[in-house]
Design a protein around this ligand. Structure first.
Ligand code: FE2
Ligand code: FE2
Length: 184
């Protein structure tokens, strides 16, 4: 049975791949190349569903509350507050990307607006993932025993089925492979 934090780190790898794709797309758009809006549309869907609903859902609804159980030191509480604030900042970037994308498709928004929002999101999320991988998850591994990790993982599986649906996960991985071939 998989450890809950390992599952989140695996998802981080998928997210990091999408961030690299977004960075490459932004560079192409900046140099004047047209990027198919259907690709941008599918990236937006990935950010909303895979990253926010599923991944951030697992962290905010399952891991963070578990880490706040019992009498935790102030440093853990502070870390959870910071990570949650970063999640909402990420959501703001995604909303901006969505707004500029709908303008782009109608032809009145310049691609520069989208690329700027995408790049801001990429840097924001890279930093966020680093903090979780190198600081928060190692602390979680120290604080949560094997049984608790297993219990959390079962809850993660529920979230996956409820929030993104069976089969949808594989669809997102296919999308990653397709966009990687085109843009990386
Ligand atoms: Fe997070
Ligand atoms: Fe995360």
């Amino acid at each position: 049975m998989m450890m809950a934090t390992q599952n989140l780190m695996d998802e981080h790898e998928g997210i990091k791949l999408m961030l690299a794709i977004m960075e490459s797309i932004s560079k192409k758009m900046k140099s004047g190349r047209n990027v198919e809006s259907v690709h941008l549309e599918s990236i937006l869907e990935f950010l909303k569903v895979f990253v926010d609903k599923c991944h951030h859902g697992k962290e905010e609804d399952v891991l963070f509350p578990e880490m706040l159980e019992g009498k935790q030191g102030e440093s853990v509480r502070k870390a959870v507050r910071i990570l949650k604030t970063e999640h909402s900042a990420g959501r703001k970037y995604v909303r901006k990307i969505a707004e500029t994308l709908s303008g782009y498709k109608k032809g009145y928004e310049k691609s520069i607006e989208i690329t700027e929002n995408m790049i801001s999101y990429v840097f924001h999320m890279r930093k966020h993932i680093e903090i979780e991988n190198n600081f928060f998850f190692p602390i979680s591994d120290l604080m949560l025993n094997g049984n608790t990790q297993k219990k959390l993982f079962v809850k993660f599986e529920k979230i996956e089925i409820e929030k993104i649906g069976e089969g949808r996960h594989e669809e997102f991985h296919r999308l990653l492979r397709t966009l990687k071939k085109i843009y990386l």
